[in-house]
Design a protein around this ligand. Structure first.
Ligand SMILES: Cc1ncc(C[n+]2csc(CCOP(=O)(O)OP(=O)(O)O)c2C)c(N)n1
Ligand SMILES: [Mg+2]
Length: 284
């Protein structure tokens, strides 16, 4: 039996009170609830405060470049069909610099669960506006308030027929754990956008701000594969912000593509030590 202790307990470099703690806890809960052991799981992240999450959890991980979380996770998915693969990204990471990769990952539909720590700000680089920053919010750079309109990640994903789309809140760990569990158990590309207060650089979207607005929508409110209803639901943002599963559509997964199936996953191949040694010798 897997227990939460199996995933370890590490000192973090996050600010006290950061919403990332709630996400870390909810992820551990979801992995334990689905019976996954640390060795069954791969976390792939980019650069950001969010990108540090895999450092604070005992399991396999790959920490790559800012904005390139999804290409690395997709490569891993094709190479190893057995691991549970989670991509961990920030709103800047995934909706800004990595936006192009998000669009194409949704189209390709690899079996990956993407968690976006959406604090509506660039946290690591100290408070620049991200694609989800509220228009009008002032930052050190946007002295007169952010001019650009806000990206709606859920509406974008649903418009692209993303296989699973949901939204959680780092301040409601029970609900978020359950949402992540559903996303992991769904076969296909799952986007879970997580509202995550940044206590240092976003003084507008605080725990209080979110708590006054969020509410839980029910899974049976409409058939979850009704794209038009899901899209219309995803547009609600402002005085009231719905949380939960918005859209589910079972589609063939990338790793089931016959062109890829004919290749043996690299993890099943015999390691050719001579090729590896030859390469290493070049750097000696
Ligand atoms: C290729 C590349 N582009 C830009 C940067 C600089 N950079 C690092 S983190 C970051 C933004 C972080 O914001 P977000 O992705 O929202 O993560 P958070 O820190 O808020 O969790 C930027 C612009 C970088 N390190 N590498
Ligand atoms: Mg951010």
């Amino acid at each position: 039996m897997v227990s939460i202790e199996d995933y370890g307990n590490f000192e973090t470099a996050w600010c006290p009170g950061c919403g990332n703690f709630g996400i870390l806890r909810a992820l551990k809960n979801a992995l334990v609830d689905t019976g996954r052991s640390p060795g069954d799981v791969l976390l792939v992240s980019g650069i950001g405060q969010s990108g540090k999450l895999p450092h604070y959890l005992k399991c396999n991980f790959f920490n790559g470049l800012h904005g390139r979380t999804l290409p690395a996770a997709t490569g891993a998915r094709i190479t190893n069909r057995e691991l549970t693969i989670m991509a961990i990204a920030g709103d800047g990471d995934c909706y800004g610099e990595g936006g192009n990769h998000l669009i194409h990952a949704i189209r390709r539909n690899p079996d990956i669960t993407l968690l976006v720590h959406d604090n509506q700000i660039y946290g690591l680089t100290k408070g620049q506006a991200s694609p989800t920053t509220e228009p009008g919010m002032t930052t050190k750079i946007n002295r007169e308030g952010v001019f650009n309109s806000r990206l709606n990640p859920l509406a974008l994903a649903i418009s692209l027929d993303c296989s699973f789309v949901g939204r959680g809140f780092a301040g409601d760990i029970g609900h978020l754990s359950e949402l992540i569990r559903k996303a992991i158990e769904h076969r296909g590309f799952s986007l879970v956008d997580i509202l995550q207060p940044c206590v240092t650089f976003n003084r507008l979207n605080t725990f209080k701000w979110y708590s006054e607005r969020v509410y839980k929508k029910e899974d049976d409110e409409y058939p979850l594969n009704d794209r038009a209803k899901a899209f219309s639901r995803s547009l609600e943002w402002g005085e009231k912000i719905p949380l939960g599963v918005f859209y589910v559509n079972e589609r063939p997964v990338l790793e089931g593509n016959p062109d890829l199936m004919s290749l043996d996953p690299v993890t099943r191949n015999e390691a050719k030590k001579e090729i590896f040694n030859e390469l290493i010798d070049k750097f000696m």
